[in-house]
Design a protein around this ligand. Structure first.
Ligand SMILES: [Zn+2]
Length: 101
């Protein structure tokens, strides 16, 4: 998904990753806001709770707080969630927990 229709970054409209905590549980089957995401663009590594989240799109967009690159895009198409994780170089579970495959 590389259309240009994603919301532009802007601090006023951004929520934090806790706003999509329920959606992340739906997608991954476990609590993921404490999981560490590594930005594929700038290498910043921080909990998903600290991402910049935009919900104005038909779905959810999570951007890097450091460089504003797209990290995770979730679009709901009919009953399916389409998830783009290509903005993440890595996604690591909090210590002691595994990220489900
Ligand atoms: Zn970044």
């Amino acid at each position: 998904m590389t259309t240009g229709s994603y919301p532009e970054p802007g601090p006023a409209a951004a929520l934090d990753g806790n706003a999509v905590g329920g959606l992340l549980i739906e997608l991954f089957g476990t609590e993921m806001t404490a999981a560490l995401g590594t930005c594929a663009t700038c290498g910043a590594r921080r909990p998903l709770a600290e991402t910049a989240v935009y919900l104005r799109a038909p779905g959810a967009v999570m951007r890097c707080r450091s460089c504003q690159s797209l990290l995770i895009v979730v679009a709901r198409v009919r009953a399916l969630n389409c998830v783009d994780l290509t903005g993440l170089a890595a996604l690591d579970a909090p210590a002691g927990r595994a990220v489900p495959a």
